[in-house]
Design a protein around this ligand. Structure first.
Ligand code: ZN
Length: 188
């Protein structure tokens, strides 16, 4: 079932998501939630979705970047962004470690800040520890665009939106544009 994606201004996007009880992972309710999250993400379409974005304050993220969507993109665009296909990935209670000092800046958007994008710096490489959809511990070391997705989605679990990570002129310009595009801004 495709669930509605909540937009910036909704309190759940600003709260720290709760740790998932590992006992929840084997349940039918969990399986339905994960299936719905993938369906909602594909429909959007997007390449990552955090549970708070469908109004659920739990530490769950789904990610998938299908190879066929990259086929439709300009080769140089894909290469520059270090973008690559990502198989369906479920992260429960993830923790993230930023690796090294290298950052990469590209336009980034969010399904919960619809119709908007801003140049956003992100660490090039990250390491994530989490439980997968079977409750098994996994470690991911991703770089480039996949690392950007991990940083973006795990930020959601801490009540952070990418627009908060902007600084200086980029931030001022982004907030100005955001206010202009939204008649009743409810968010910072
Ligand atoms: Zn987002």
């Amino acid at each position: 079932m495709i669930r509605p994606i909540v937009q910036t201004g909704t309190p759940v996007l600003r709260e720290r998501a709760e740790l998932v009880d590992p006992a929840f992972i084997g349940t039918k309710e969990f399986k339905i939630l994960i299936r719905d999250m993938f369906e909602t993400m594909h429909d959007a379409p997007g390449v990552g979705l955090a549970a708070p974005q469908i109004g659920i304050g739990q530490q769950i993220v789904v990610i998938e970047d299908r190879p066929e969507s990259l086929d439709d993109m300009d080769e140089e665009y894909v290469r520059e962004r270090l973008r690559e296909a990502i198989p369906p990935t479920v992260l429960v209670n993830p923790t993230i470690e930023l690796l090294g000092d290298d950052t990469i800046t590209f336009f980034e958007g969010c399904l919960s800040v619809a119709g908007f994008a801003a140049m956003t710096p992100r660490h090039k490489s990250v390491r994530v520890n989490a439980l997968n959809e079977n409750g098994d511990p996994i470690t991911l070391e991703w770089e480039g665009w996949p690392a950007r997705i991990l940083q973006h989605e795990i930020d959601h679990l801490n009540g952070t939106l990418y627009i908060d990570t902007l600084t200086g002129d980029v931030r001022r310009q982004a907030l100005r544009e955001l206010r202009r595009s939204r008649p009743t801004p409810q968010d910072r």
